[in-house]
Structure formats: structure tokens, C-alpha cells
Design a binder for this molecule. Structure first.
Ligand code: NAP
Length: 386
């Protein structure tokens, strides 16, 4: 299916971000473009087969799995990943039946990035607001029965290291019938805010303003950022009952665990500590440690060498690691496209050879017109919900 992250990763209440789909569709309709969907690299076709058929191959299959906490209790039923939760509310077919258990009142979210904020916002938003978005019906149904009242957003470092950005954080502060409740002690070392660099300065000012307002209305749901806590274990018998966290302190910007432990009650735990790319084909020069394809400015390196492999490129999170907003990834893609053009113009890569056509005769390829039929059908059936 086309559009990857835009369709299955961007939150349903961020409809304006999804508008980029129109630009992608325009490109796809260019007669020089051929879309071949339902083809899995490493399964239906190998990288070597692709390279025999095309002068240039660009790898851009993103980051498909999530980083694990690797703590006791992580395999319990009510421990889910943000990746799964996001895929579920966005209609990723294989996650339709995830049905997270929202029968308890407290959720612990490990990680303080924008993905964690997206998950918290969807869990705390009113069902009537969510109904206006393109969230899936199956998630609306489960969310409408949610008993969740408190979300702890747990980070191992301090307010100055929080990974979420100001726009997403502001949205949290503006959520109707939700109070953000801080721990005053977490801000002890936060001084001289005016000396901070620009984006960090603005977000810290906003946090401190919200802390000083200390708004808490009886009956409202609570968003509870918790700093200096590193996940230790997830407790309970068959159900999740609480999490244990090491209290941490900052040493050279790193979280160092102390002997102190805090227990936070929770009936659902969601890990949101980053995504990871995987190596889907043995021919790919993959850096297992960093979870990305070895490359310099998008040119893939030959195995065990510092030399680039002519004609093989990589872009997006598979090239850079799983960080950056869509604009960052777009700029990376524009840069790699320019590198490819430069390499063709300089003769470093030849694009004039006669090559065999890719043989996928025995495989059911989904063409752009096939996809358009599926999409039109979905849009038509969606109209009855308007
Ligand atoms: P992220 O921004 O890298 O945040 C990961 C969080 O997990 C950090 O708070 C990190 O803390 C924490 N973490 C990592 N390993 C941990 C561990 N072992 N134990 C405890 N905490 C741990 O990742 P993300 O939220 O998955 O987002 C990925 C990228 O997508 C980001 O660039 C994000 O801005 C972007 N994105 C943007 C939007 C948007 O624009 N609306 C929405 C979603 C995602 P440390 O800092 O201490 O490592």
C-alpha cells in the first residue's frame, strides 16, 4: 500500500499533515512512474534481482519495529507498543484486532517523544472530537468505552531533555477537560531559562508557565509528565498492576540510576522509546548496532569498505535512524535525490544499459490503478459515516 508513515503513522487528528498524500499521488500519476505494490523486498524479490533489472535502486523502507525496554514483565498482556497502538487507530490491517484493554484508570507511557504525546492525546481526547477525525471505527468503538483517567508520561531524564516538541505539547495543554499535572521537584535544577537556545527555551518557558498555573479541576482527566524515572519492571500477576522505576540523576546529560525505586500504579503500559529499522535482505550492508543501512549522504557503502556501491542509495529513517519530523525526512529525501542526479551527471553511475524486465509474473502486483480502485471504494464507503 502507498504512503507508509503518512497513512499509518500520522495521528488522525493531524489531517493537515496528511495532505502531502496529494503531492505523492500527483507524482504517481506521472506516466514515467510505475507503482508496484504488494511486493516485499527480501521475500518476493531480492535486492540482487532488483539490481540486475535497474541501474539505480533506492532503499527507503523505513523503520518497521519498535525498541524494547528489556525489563521483567514486558511480555504481559497489557503491555503494548506505541507503534502497535498508532497502527491500530490508523487502520493498519494487521493490527485491527489489537483492542487494547482500556478498562483500568491509569496508563504508564514510557518515553517522552512526539509519538508518546500522540498516544496520550488520542487516549485523553473526547470521543466526540475523535469522531470528527479519520480515526478507524474499530478504535472509536474501543475508545468510547475507555475508563482511562490518568496518563503518566515517564522519562528517564529531566524537563530540559524532554523529546516532544512545542506544537505537540501545546496541543496537550489545550485539550478540553484534561489537566496537566507536574511534579514541582522535577524542576529543581531548571534555572536561567533565558540562557537556553531558542526551541528549548520556548518549550521550557511553557512547561514552567503550566507548572505555575497548577490547574486541576475535579472530574477532569490528568496528563502527568514524570521526569528522572527509568523503567525497571512491570508488575502484576496475569494483569498489569504497576511499574517500578529507578529514580535517576543526570550526569553529563545522561540518566544514571540511583538505588531509589518508585512504584507507579498502572493497568496498561505502553512503550514509546523509538522505532528501529530491520535488515530485510542479506545483501544489504546493514549496521545492526545503529539499526540503519551503512551510507554516506545516501550513498550505500559496499560491505567491509568505505567505498560507495555505485547505483545503490538509501533515504529516510533507514538512512538516518528513527528521528526527525516529516519535514526533516523530506529534506533528507531531496538531498539524496540531488546526489543521484549529480552521480548520473558526473558519470559515476551509468543509466544507459539495456536490462531485463523484473520478472514478477507469478506474483499479484497491485498497480496504481488497482490501488486507486481500492481507495475510491474506501472513500465511497466512508461517506456513510459523514
Ligand atoms: P524520540 O523522539 O526519539 O523519543 C524517544 C523517547 O524515548 C525519548 O524520551 C527517550 O529518552 C526515550 N527512551 C529511549 N530509550 C529509552 C529507554 N531505554 N528507557 C527509557 N526511555 C527511553 O522518538 P519517537 O517519539 O518515537 O519519535 C520519532 C521521531 O518522529 C521524532 O523525531 C519525532 O519528533 C517524530 N514524530 C513527530 C511527530 C509530529 O511531528 N507530530 C509525531 C510523531 C513522531 P532519552 O532522550 O533519554 O533517550
Amino acid at each position: 500500500m502507498p504512503f507508509g508513515l503518512v497513512r499509518f503513522g500520522v495521528a488522525p487528528d493531524h489531517a493537515e499533515v496528511k495532505n502531502v498524500i496529494h503531492s505523492f499521488s500527483k507524482t504517481a500519476e506521472n506516466p514515467n512512474f510505475r507503482f508496484m505494490g504488494n511486493v516485499t523486498l527480501g521475500k518476493d524479490v531480492t535486492l540482487d534481482e532488483l539490481r540486475k533489472c535497474y541501474d539505480i535502486v533506492l532503499l527507503s523502507y523505513g523503520a518497521d519495529i519498535d525498541a524494547k525496554l528489556n525489563i521483567p514483565g514486558e511480555d504481559k498482556k497489557n503491555v503494548i507498543s506505541a507503534r502497535e497502538f498508532v497502527g491500530w487507530y490508523n487502520g493498519l490491517p494487521r493490527l485491527e484486532n489489537l483492542s487494547p484493554d482500556l478498562s483500568g484508570d491509569s496508563v504508564v507511557l514510557f518515553g517522552q517523544g512526539n509519538v508518546a504525546i500522540d498516544v496520550a492525546r488520542i487516549l485523553l481526547s473526547s470521543i466526540d472530537e475523535l469522531r470528527k477525525t479519520d480515526i478507524t471505527e474499530h478504535s472509536l468503538d474501543v475508545l468510547s468505552r475507555s475508563k482511562v483517567k490518568k496518563i503518566y508520561l515517564v522519562g528517564r531524564r529531566g524537563p530540559l531533555q524532554a523529546a516532544f516538541s512545542i506544537k505537540e505539547f501545546r496541543e496537550m495543554l489545550k485539550l478540553p477537560k484534561v489537566d496537566t499535572i507536574w511534579r514541582v521537584g522535577d524542576f529543581t535544577g531548571v534555572q536561567e531559562i533565558e540562557k537556553l537556545q531558542r526551541p528549548r527555551k520556548r518549550i521550557t518557558e511553557l512547561m514552567v508557565k503550566s507548572l505555575n498555573e497548577g490547574k486541576s479541576v475535579e472530574g477532569n482527566k490528568n496528563f502527568l509528565p514524570v521526569f528522572y524515572r527509568s523503567p525497571k519492571s512491570i508488575n502484576g500477576s496475569s494483569q498489569v498492576e504497576s511499574v517500578d522505576c529507578h529514580v535517576t540523576k543526570l550526569v553529563n546529560d545522561k540518566a544514571v540510576m540511583t538505588d531509589k525505586i518508585e512504584t507507579i500504579p498502572a493497568q496498561l503500559v505502553c512503550r514509546s522509546i523509538g522505532y528501529q529499522s530491520i535488515c530485510v535482505d542479506d545483501a544489504i550492508n546493514f549496521d545492526d548496532k545503529r539499526g540503519m543501512v551503512k551510507n554516506v549522504n545516501g550513498r550505500v557503502l559496499k560491505k567491509n569498505s568505505d567505498e560507495s556501491d555505485p547505483g545503490l542509495y538509501v533515504a529516510g529513517w533507514l538512512a538516518t535512524g528513527p528521528s526527525g519530523v516529516i519535514l526533516t525526512t523530506m529534506n533528507n529525501a531531496f538531498g539524496v535525490a540531488q546526489t543521484i542526479i549529480n552521480d548520473i551527471q558526473s558519470g559515476a553511475v551509468k543509466c544507459d544499459s539495456i536490462r531485463p524486465e523484473l520478472d514478477l509474473k507469478h506474483h499479484r502486483i497491485v498497480s496504481w490503478s488497482d490501488w486507486s480502485r481500492i481507495d475510491n471504494r474506501e472513500v465511497e464507503s466512508g461517506k456513510k459515516f459523514n
